[in-house]
Design a protein around this ligand. Structure first.
Ligand code: PGA
Length: 248
């Protein structure tokens, strides 16, 4: 199974021209990379972007809970589908911090699966407390987000474990390999309890939060992550290339 590297551009870069430049540089730099899928998730106005490299597909950072109609400012899943997107990030902590709840993310997840796009579901605790309360926090996120998701669809979901404390320039550190492995096993246990062992085995779990060229391999090779979700370093094509080469 190919590893996946997702580049989450967030609300960057500031212009169409810079977005086109960045994607073309990323495409060039990944020319002879094999056995890896790269998904670039630009902001909505740049979803027309197409990569010259077949290894790179385009994804969205969010989608509306509504499927059509009078919802000013919203973007539906069928619109995303018509742009030939492959993936949709759901429940990113920067959206949750603006009030997005698990119940809403659950409905979006079901819509994305129905449209046959691949959801990248972000989960993760705000704080890794000593008493282990973060585990029940993660359990609650998973149970609520997977409500009514049929077993046959679970393996299509990519779960991104992104501890909130590890995300962004203000974070002090990324997760350790051990923290990632512990959480990965825990996520699989919850999926196994909700569905079965085979489903838990099949579900893909990637890591996100301050991924860079020096720690990427730690998560993928030693932590056996199915891939990475990269924020800041996906905006610098040289850093992004180094991340990808380090795990390839
Ligand atoms: P970061 O962001 O790599 O800049 O920490 C990751 C994310 O928010 O997905």
């Amino acid at each position: 199974m190919n590893k996946i590297v997702v580049g989450n551009w967030k609300m960057n870069p500031p212009s169409k021209k810079e977005a086109e430049f960045l994607l073309s540089k990323i495409s060039q730099s990944l020319k002879n990379i094999k056995g890896l899928n790269v998904v670039i998730c630009p902001p909505f106005p740049y979803l027309f972007l197409k990569s010259k490299s077949k290894k790179i597909t385009i994804g969205a950072q969010n989608v509306s809970i509504k499927t059509e109609g009078s919802w000013t400012g919203e973007v539906s899943v069928s619109m995303l589908k018509s742009f030939s997107l492959t993936h949709v990030i759901l429940g990113h902590s920067e959206r949750r911090s603006q009030g997005e709840e698990n119940e809403e993310i659950n409905e979006k997840l079901i819509n994305v699966l129905k449209a046959k796009l691949s959801p990248i579901l972000c989960i993760g605790e705000k704080e890794r407390d000593r008493d282990g309360n973060y585990l029940s926090f993660i359990e609650d996120q998973i149970k609520k987000c997977f409500l009514n998701v049929p077993k046959s669809d679970v393996k299509k979901v990519i779960i991104a474990y992104e501890p909130v404390w590890a995300i962004g320039k203000d974070s002090k550190r990324e997760a350790t390999k051990e923290e990632f492995i512990e959480t990965k096993i825990f996520i699989k246990k919850i999926i196994s309890d909700l569905y079965d062992l085979k489903t838990a085995h099949d579900v893909k779990i990637i890591y996100g939060g301050s991924v860079n060229k020096d720690n990427a391999n730690l998560f993928v090779k030693e932590g056996q992550a199915d891939g990475l979700l990269v924020g800041r370093d996906s905006l610098n094509y040289k850093n992004f290339e180094q991340i990808i080469r380090s795990i390839n």
